[in-house]
Design a binder for this molecule. Sequence first.
Ligand SMILES: Nc1ncnc2[nH]cnc12
Ligand SMILES: [Zn+2]
Length: 330
Amino acid sequence: MPLPKAELHLHIEGTLEPELAFELATRNGVELPYADTDELRKAYQFEDLQSFLNLYYELMAVLRTEQDFTDLANAYLARAAAQGVRHAEIFFDPQAHMARGVGMGTVVEGLWRALGDSEAAHGVSTQLIMCFLRDESAESALETLEAAKPYLDRIVGIGLDSAEVGHPPVKFREVYDAAAALGLRRVAHAGEEGPPEYITEALDVLGVERIDHGLRCLEDEALVARLVRDRIPLTLCPLSNVRLRAVDVLSEHPLPVMMDAGLLCTVNSDDPAYFGGYAGDNFDAVRKTLGLGEDRLRELARNSFVASFLEHDEERRARYLAEVEAYDFR
Ligand SMILES: Nc1ncnc2[nH]cnc12
Ligand SMILES: [Zn+2]
């Protein structure tokens, strides 16, 4: 049995495996510019975040109907469950679909058909976090929040993703204020490729409760001290960082340094279909390559539930935490 964990940084569109992409392309009559799954997999060589995003957005063209989103989410939940994920807070990118004429309702209802059954079908509790694309305009983000209003009972919070450099958090002050007024939780990608100032700004201007990635906080000692003091969780994604060249090789990933510094770190998969592994694979990789011992692995699993948005169900959080403490690594 794998170590129980929560996944807090997972883009559902980034779980689109080549096989499902081709299946949906056939179902929807969408032409993909790749002969087969092998050729597609060969395109998974990325130089940076943008080179990945280009393929990520291109492949989304196969997602058209509610059923497509249901199938996508069910495939992820089955894989996540097999790797010990007990709770998943799942990002989705509505603007990337609405730009193709796929409505907010299609996306949310489609995902919800899988998420609503997930506890019974997969043993995984779930929440949805709607992300705004930071390389789109602030007005577009506001329109997206407006379009989500009929579905807010299914959305726990908002996030900020896509191309980071040149799109500072402050650009989204208004939509984050509006979301907070609606009672939505707030997170944002910051310090993946962007500077540590973006992390500070996400905290001060957007009022985020967790930082997605946050890797570059290490360049600012005072910021690290603040993140430690305020117990701000970081949703790290080690395999993603290697594939997108935020770190050169996994053996040089700063996760152990960050944990030693007292940061509240979690380990997640980001876009597992593209980066070579799901949540459990990320745990396995840091265990083997970074030599993390049982105490550290248990700490990461504990942190994932501490950092999760389970305030509406503290009994459940306590149950998950008890599973982590009782876990026998042998
Ligand atoms: N790692 C990542 N960073 C920013 N935006 C993303 N969208 C999907 N994956 C992302
Ligand atoms: Zn991400």
